[in-house]
Write a protein that binds this ligand. Structure first.
Ligand SMILES: *Cc1c(COP(=O)(O)O)cnc(C)c1O
Length: 364
């Protein structure tokens, strides 16, 4: 368990999160060629492990040397031919929508008050217009600490027929179940610096047969993120271009550690951390997310005591822990902690103790 040290703040930011020394050592292994048998063997080993994590039996798994923002472009450019519906309930989902426009695609936002979850019925009502061929959903909205009801929204999408479901699972994959096959997710994407607790700069996605069919018919989808091209390489257990090789070593080791813990145990650990963070809020701060949708990987505290958030965050940093102010327009109204990846309830307890110390120190 990482404890606070002078030369390093333990990261409880909701991305990037703390990376274990074992994983950092994997990142520093000598570089190997990306077209050799050794790399093919690692990818051959890694793909089935990632399928289990995503919850897909036969979906294609692609590894890409970019952060999740790159895969937003990939999902949208490969799969949207007509018009995307993007439920917007916070800063990340708002950006997912902006990316659709920046890619030159037709898209409509479905605005939901920040702090609330996207109602499945609202998605169903919009889809009933027949205008959309894709829904681009952020599963866990990291800016507000909301987990959207993925199974219910997925059900609404499925009932509509040929609508692709594109899911940003950036701050859920590995911390909250995403269940790609059960939910009929066509593209499920995540970067690795959140619940997978790797250094930032790499991403993973699962891609359905329908997403590949869509991609085959799309023109102007670019080169680097063309699903058909990626499949051509990954079918041979090869990365498409020179990847971040250190990340591939680290991901293989991290997947073995995740499997050793067990997926269910891992989700339960995240739930326990979420419960602990919410319990700490009682009598101290409000919670920004509505009760039924509070995330188990990130807690967004409402600044009901009117503390100076910037000062609080820097005082917590002085005690050796990284936490985050509110995101974007919530900067001073909220603050956030990420309890994801390799963190434990015991470690979180130390952080909360330090946060109490800071509240006393600043006389809040
Ligand atoms: C962090 C985050 C992103 C952005 O991911 P990058 O890896 O920084 O590109 C997107 N969506 C959500 C929900 C996030 O938490």
């Amino acid at each position: 368990m990482p404890t606070a040290r002078k030369d390093h703040k333990v990261l409880y930011t909701p991305g990037p999160t703390e990376v274990s020394p074992e994983i950092l050592r994997e990142m520093a292994r000598p570089v190997i060629g990306h077209r050799g048998a050794e790399m093919q063997e690692i990818i051959r080993d890694l793909v089935p492990r990632l399928r289990l994590l995503f919850g897909t039996r036969a979906g294609d798994i692609f590894l890409t040397a970019c952060s999740a923002t790159g895969l937003w472009e990939a999902a949208l450019r490969n799969c949207v031919a007509r018009r995307a519906l993007v439920p917007v309930c916070g800063a990340f989902s708002e950006r997912f929508y902006e990316v659709a426009l920046a890619c030159g695609l037709e898209a409509d936002p479905l605005h939901v008050e920040w702090g609330r979850a996207v109602p499945a019925q609202a998605v169903a009502d919009m889809l009933a217009t027949g205008r959309y061929d894709a829904v681009a959903l952020v599963h866990n909205e990291t800016s507000t600490g909301v987990t959207n009801p993925l199974p219910e929204i997925a059900e609404a999408v499925r009932r509509q027929g040929d609508v692709a479901l594109l899911v940003d699972a950036v701050s859920s994959l590995g911390g909250i179940p995403v269940e790609v096959d059960r939910n009929g997710i066509d593209v499920c994407l995540a970067s690795v610096q959140k619940c997978l607790a790797l250094p930032p700069g790499f991403s993973v996605c699962s891609v359905s047969a329908r997403a590949l069919e869509r991609s085959a018919r799309r023109v102007g989808k670019g080169y680097y993120f063309d699903f058909i091209r990626l499949k051509g390489f990954f079918d041979r257990n090869m990365p498409m271009a020179t990847p971040s090789i250190g990340h591939i070593f680290a991901l293989q080791t991290q997947m073995k550690r995740i499997e050793a813990e067990g997926f269910e145990a891992r989700y339960a650990r995240h739930r326990a951390m979420g419960d602990r963070a919410r319990a700490w809020a009682a009598g101290r701060f409000g919670l920004f997310a509505e009760e039924k949708a509070r995330s188990n990987t990130v807690t967004c505290f409402a600044n009901t005591r009117r503390i100076e958030v910037a000062r609080f965050v820097s005082a917590v940093a002085g005690r050796g822990y990284g936490v985050s102010n509110g995101y974007g327009r919530l900067k001073e109204q909220t603050f956030r902690i990420g309890h994801m990846g390799d963190h434990t309830v015991q470690g979180l307890e130390e952080l909360l103790g330090a946060m109490d110390g800071v509240l006393q120190e600043i006389g809040a």
